[in-house]
Design a protein around this ligand. Structure first.
Ligand SMILES: C[S@@+](CC[C@H](N)C(=O)[O-])C[C@H]1O[C@@H](n2cnc3c(N)ncnc32)[C@H](O)[C@@H]1O
Length: 224
């Protein structure tokens, strides 16, 4: 399946457009130049609130496009034992290796999310989807669906504004996300976020999504 996503990504990529290729080199440069304006320096308040009510510390957790992974620090403090972090940037991953040295509860993978294989009970989304080349957005729900266990959940935040400058970040709308996710997920929560970080107040959708039992035809119906 990971090969399938890589191939689709390869064929969907359109060279010679005006936006930069959002690859490892691009993200490494952002980290090297400390252009990390997205970094809140702390666990995202809505994700903290969600994490706070979890009781099972052994669940398999994934944070894709984790950056400096403040959520993982918080999860560690609470005693979660099985946390996987993925980031395409080796710069970010080196920082994480230092930060989480000797922490057996944390696995750090320097790889493209779309090439990842695994099975998780909970995937946390925080400013990763908005960083993707919009051409690849339709792959995201399929990939998340594929990585979640039957009773797993995607919990996260999505920007409901459009940005003045060309992205990343790339924005979106509630209707757009509904169109993207509803073919694959049952929505438990899908509403404006009331407890966003102060800098993001009024600009985020908070979602808790559970995978539907998708058939092959469901997958082929969704436009790429
Ligand atoms: C805007 S930053 C957000 C980082 C972190 N989630 C946060 O909120 O602080 C996006 C992150 O996604 C990573 N990234 C971008 N494309 C990726 C991909 N295809 N696979 C894995 N990581 C990716 C970048 O290296 C970067 O660390």
């Amino acid at each position: 399946m990971a090969l399938f996503f890589s191939l689709i990504k390869f064929f969907m990529a359109t060279p010679n457009n005006n936006s930069p290729e959002l690859d490892a080199a691009y993200w490494n440069l952002q980290y090297q130049q400390q252009l990390t304006g997205w970094d809140m320096g702390t666990v995202s308040p809505p994700l903290k609130a969600y994490i706070d009510q979890l009781t099972d510390r052994s669940i398999r957790l994934l944070i894709p496009g984790c950056g400096y992974a403040h959520e993982a620090e918080y999860l560690l403090q609470l005693g979660f034992q099985n946390i996987t972090l993925i980031d395409i940037s080796s710069e970010a991953c080196q920082t994480l290796q230092e930060k989480f040295k000797d922490q057996t509860a944390i696995k750090i993978l320097n790889e493209d999310f779309f090439e990842h294989k695994g099975q998780y009970d909970l995937i946390l989304e925080q400013t990763f989807f908005c960083a993707l080349n919009p051409q690849f957005r339709s792959l995201y729900p399929r990939m998340i669906h594929n990585l979640l266990a039957k009773k797993g959940k995607l919990v996260g935040l999505f920007f409901t504004i459009e940005f003045m400058k060309s992205g990343p970040p790339f924005g979106g709308s509630t209707d757009y996300y509904a169109h993207l996710f509803y073919p694959y997920f049952e929505s438990k929560v899908f509403k404006p976020c009331y407890n966003s970080h102060p800098k993001r107040q009024g600009s985020e959708l908070y979602v808790i999504l559970k995978p539907k039992l998708c058939t092959v035809s469901t997958f082929s119906q969704v436009k790429t």
